[in-house]
Design a protein around this ligand. Sequence first.
Ligand SMILES: Cc1cc2nc3c(=O)[nH]c(=O)nc-3n(C[C@H](O)[C@H](O)[C@H](O)COP(=O)(O)OP(=O)(O)OC[C@H]3O[C@@H](n4cnc5c(N)ncnc54)[C@H](O)[C@@H]3O)c2cc1C
Length: 455
Amino acid sequence: MRYLKQGNIALVRESLRERAILCQNAPHLVHHLAFVVPVYTWWHGPYYGIGLKLYDRLAGTLGLSPSSVLSADETLRRIPTLRSEGLRKGIAYYDSQFDDSRLAVNLAQTVHDHGGSAINYMKLIRFLKTGRRVRGGVLRDEETGHEYEVKARCVINATGVFTDEVRTLDEPGAQSLIAASQGAHVVLPKSFLPGQSALMVPKTPDGRVLFAVPWRDHVVVGTTDVPVDAVSLEPTPLEEEIDFILSTAAGYLSQAPERSDVLSAFAGLRPLVKTKGGKHTASLSREHTIITSDSGLVTITGGKWTTYRKMAQDVMKQAERVAGVEPRPCPTAELKIHGWTDAPSTDPVFGMYGSGAEAVERLAREEPALAEKLHPDLPYTAANVVWAAREEMARTPEDVLSRRTRALILNARASVKIAPKIAALLAAELGHDQAWAEDAVAEYEKLAAPYIITP
Ligand SMILES: Cc1cc2nc3c(=O)[nH]c(=O)nc-3n(C[C@H](O)[C@H](O)[C@H](O)COP(=O)(O)OP(=O)(O)OC[C@H]3O[C@@H](n4cnc5c(N)ncnc54)[C@H](O)[C@@H]3O)c2cc1C
């Protein structure tokens, strides 16, 4: 809706096309979701209705279901916790939702399945050059400190908000490309949004966007768009972002969410590409940009998670030119992603593995201790942890709790409680001692602290 409002039809179309490809190639991670826009002011009805009809037209055969106008009663049936005073009607439209970190894990596994190498905890610290030309990089193993020289015909810099940092390694003083924008979310218990539909407010009284989305038996409410100067791996939500989300949600929900209801609060950084004179990050383009430096370093930045495949296709074309290799057709529009299954399951513990579910379930059956639930407020078992260590390159409690399972985001306090158990399981799997496990827990507690909101 944001891109429609900006008149960026090309980006809407590209996103719709890539959404359809993602639904087809990763059905175990992507599913359709109904969004309901509540209408309290008479002219918002035709305004959003016309916008969404345009969206339907653009989607054409890529559309999930056409948008529709709902009576006030039907709107409340879909979102029973919506504020009913003054509600005139609702508009329903359809989009897709996917588990971002599971897709990242499955993509790394797909790379591996097709003979590629995907390595984590390996940092590029400088480039290898012949004259001015980039010929590879020096990579540091962040666990051992060992450094490796890796030669390459082409190096692609695809480091999101860290794009400028890496470009500076190539060329001190390189022009900065990124305007990072922080977006925060809070996670609430499901009771704040029972049912299957998401709530979408395209324009809050102060002109922002607010949504509340059902997710893994919880509700994710967001988001914000705050320009940030300094980027970090662990951005922290600002107090004013949390206040904005809670107070704005209170204007639309019959029960106002309080700070004490927040199970987890988290933030992310959008790698937006600077435009001349562009000030507000909300209006900066989400399109991707490819730049080839004089050294031959190819940088791709901007873009969206949804369009990652098209971004990769475009940057590979450029990399082929730089490396001087024969162009090859791109097969990824039809490539099934690791875990693909024609019978996706919504099981909270095993569904996320798609076709791998049976193997994880078998693990839990063969070692009954692994079938035990780790915490009453989280769906996960020890089998998820052992599987993450054996099959998904998990190295730390953070990897398991934040990026293989979603425990940190679903319930930060509960995730801290189970961190010692996770560290013990990982230590046994990876051959670490007690001291490693203790350090890993301390490290995790430090990381999780900002996700916990004090009332
Ligand atoms: C609040 C919010 C909401 C969003 N909503 C949507 C949405 O609804 N739909 C959508 O499609 N997109 C959405 N996005 C955008 C999307 O999440 C981002 O575009 C995407 O995650 C960027 O991915 P990336 O791989 O480019 O960067 P990142 O995910 O930031 O990854 C960069 C990686 O580079 C690594 N790195 C950095 N420096 C080095 C180095 N020297 N050596 C080795 N590795 C290095 C980092 O460790 C990191 O893993 C949203 C983003 C935010 C923040």
